[in-house]
Design a protein around this ligand. Structure first.
Ligand SMILES: Cc1cc2nc3c(=O)[nH]c(=O)nc-3n(C[C@H](O)[C@H](O)[C@H](O)COP(=O)(O)OP(=O)(O)OC[C@H]3O[C@@H](n4cnc5c(N)ncnc54)[C@H](O)[C@@H]3O)c2cc1C
Length: 391
């Protein structure tokens, strides 16, 4: 039996691709290797209100479990920059429920969803992807597909099977490590971020509250520091009596792609979305929104291409063009910002903390107002060439 579209991986990217394609009337199969969609999570679980809206969702207390009104950012010298809004600007999610909800939406739109089903290879014919090999409870199955969507996350193999190089340079991957903890929280509606070479080299420690006394306490650091993210996080927790007293409910770890996307996002009969394509905000590491938006564009392009009877690379590259217009250009700017910031010393960061507001930091993380940052940096001769890279 064959499908119009087989989507591999039921994270936010895959579920949104499957839902959109099914809503467009396609016959869709969505397969997920884990026995429970969404678990274990590998995520700080932060998502903005705007991000939720762009996904066509209304926050639901079953998965949008804690309202966030702002953030406090700490410079290496401890200087705090805060921004607090009168309204809710984001949520910390329960991703185990959220991801399942997205997969349910795909199923309700008509997609067939199969958990504990692992893709093991692609069927290739004359340079075209023509289907998927997968394994379910020991049974090896082959199914034809007009289009395959590779949404298999940061350790993606599917695109490589189709001949696309998805290898991440060590410089372009962050190592993430996190505990979900019961801790004392002073402001459960504020995110906390801590910077400094001794705290988190080329990264930061985050505290994302999930409620009055539960939080994701995590760290993302440069890929070159691979293997020691836990050590840095443990040292941070050890230095904070409030965290040291806390309990650990979950341990989460994973890589975060923080470079530009893979060279091409489509080939004959295949599109790549989400972490598999390195579509992530390189400053804060957020990829839920990015994967979902890419998935929705891919689902729509799949429907049009199949209707026209043309699933060639040239036709499917429309997905890449649309994505670059909608998200790619801004994400590329944000990669440049990341590359500039990682050249700054703790002293430079302390200097910036004296001059910037919380709103400035929010703007930068969203790819806006780099001119302000560049102008301040240019006052230090050593930073002039770095600042120029931002313009
Ligand atoms: C420590 C950490 C903290 C993070 N914090 C945040 C945050 O606060 N906010 C945010 O927005 N983002 C965050 N991210 C990033 C975010 O989790 C990802 O960007 C997002 O999940 C990407 O979605 P995706 O659908 O592309 O991939 P994933 O969510 O990784 O889904 C891919 C799915 O494919 C499945 N799969 C893989 N191979 C196969 C196969 N062969 N067959 C079948 N299924 C397969 C996997 O099991 C997985 O379920 C964080 C990441 C890490 C590591």
């Amino acid at each position: 039996m064959g499908y119009d579209v087989v989507v591999i991986g039921a994270g936010p990217g895959g579920s949104n691709a499957a839902r959109t394609a099914a809503e467009e009337g396609l016959d869709v199969l969505l397969i997920e290797k884990r026995q429970e969609i969404g678990a274990p999570k590998r995520c700080g679980e932060g998502l903005s209100v705007g991000g939720i809206k762009n996904l066509g969702l209304t926050p639901d207390p079953r998965w949008a479990i804690n309202e966030i009104r702002g953030a406090s950012v700490y410079a290496p010298n401890g200087k705090r920059i805060s921004v607090r809004y009168p309204e809710t600007i984001g949520y910390v999610l329960e991703r185990k429920i959220f991801d399942k909800h997205l997969a349910m939406n795909a199923a309700r739109a008509g997609a067939k969803v199969l958990a504990r089903t692992v893709a093991t290879g692609l069927i290739m014919e004359n340079g075209f992807v023509k289907g998927v090999r997968y394994s379910r409870f020991g049974e090896e199955i082959e199914t034809e597909a007009k289009i395959v969507v590779a949404a298999d996350g940061v350790e993606s193999k599917v695109a490589r099977w189709a001949g696309i190089n998805t290898t991440n340079k060590l410089m372009d991957i962050d190592a993430g490590f996190q505990y979900e903890m019961v801790v004392d929280l002073e402001e459960p509606d504020m995110l906390e971020l801590y910077f400094g070479a001794k705290i988190a080299p080329r990264g930061y420690v985050w505290i994302f509250p999930k409620g009055e006394d539960v939080a994701n306490v995590g760290i993302g650091i440069g890929g070159k520091e691979q293997g020691v993210a836990k050590k840095y996080l443990d040292a941070f927790i050890e230095s904070r009596p409030d965290l040291k007293r806390g309990s650990i409910l979950e341990v989460n770890a994973g890589g975060i792609p923080v470079g530009d996307p893979v060279d091409k996002l489509a080939t004959n009969g295949l599109m790549i979305v989400g972490d598999a394509a390195h579509q992530v905000n390189a400053i804060h590491g957020g990829g839920i929104h990015e994967a979902s938006v890419a998935g929705m564009i891919a689902g729509k392009v799949a429907a049009e291409a199949i209707q026209e009877g043309d699933v060639s690379e040239a036709r499917l590259m429309e997905y890449e063009h649309l994505w670059r217009e909608k998200r790619g250009k801004i994400l590329h700017k944000i990669v440049k910002l990341r590359q500039a910031i990682e050249k700054l010393s703790d002293d430079d960061l302390n200097m910036l903390a004296e001059k910037l507001t919380g709103q400035d930091l929010v703007d930068f993380a969203n790819g806006k107002n780099f001119m302000k940052l560049a102008k301040i940096m240019m006052r230090r001769p050593r930073l002039v060439s770095i600042a120029k890279g931002l313009l």
